[in-house]
Design a protein around this ligand. Structure first.
Ligand SMILES: [Zn+2]
Length: 173
């Protein structure tokens, strides 16, 4: 991808303070996506990428080893990739390395690889700590006479289902 594709938030949106250059959720989302991509092509990609010593060789490695996903990474992020591969903290094992690469590159150079990894770690921690609604029911008054809590979004006595409005139904399904 090219730098032109990077979505950045508009300065005045947040009111005060220095606007973030890139959305954390966007960086994290891209990192997760790219981690999956890297895992999928890793056996082809890594033998080539681990021997790449220039931007051109990084580009070739992705084009030969990561197609059809190579354009996510090169040529736009070839220089950044080379920089990340030279970091002293580069993991050795495949899975941590895939995550390291994905997290580092997901900031697409708008932020440093280090900052990009920090953003991903923060977003990961945030998501892990947030409680989620696992199940929700409604108080219903059914024509069968039942009044009380629904069960699996239906009347527990006669089985009549709650009919959601179309706009909500498509969102909830
Ligand atoms: Zn009923």
């Amino acid at each position: 991808m090219t730098m032109n594709n990077v979505e950045t938030s508009i300065g005045s949106e947040r009111g005060r303070g220095r606007p973030p250059k890139i959305r954390s959720s966007e960086v994290y989302g891209r990192a997760e996506h790219w981690r999956g991509v890297l895992a999928q092509v890793w056996d082809r990609l890594w033998p080539l990428l681990s021997n790449a010593r220039s931007e051109g060789e990084v580009t070739n490695a992705f084009q030969d080893g990561a197609s059809p996903y190579d354009s996510y990474f090169v040529p736009g992020l070839a220089a950044l990739t080379l920089q990340v591969l030279r970091e002293s903290t580069l993991p050795k094992r495949a899975q941590p390395l895939q995550r390291f690469l994905a997290d580092s590159l997901a900031g697409v150079g708008v932020v440093t690889p280090r900052r990009s990894r920090d953003i991903c770690a923060q977003e990961r921690a945030k998501r892990a700590s947030v409680n989620r609604i696992l199940r929700y029911e409604f108080y219903v008054e059914c024509s069968c006479g039942y009044c009380g809590r629904s069960k699996n979004h239906a009347c527990p006595k006669c089985g009549a289902e709650i009919l959601f409005p179309v706009s909500i139904g498509s969102f909830m399904s």
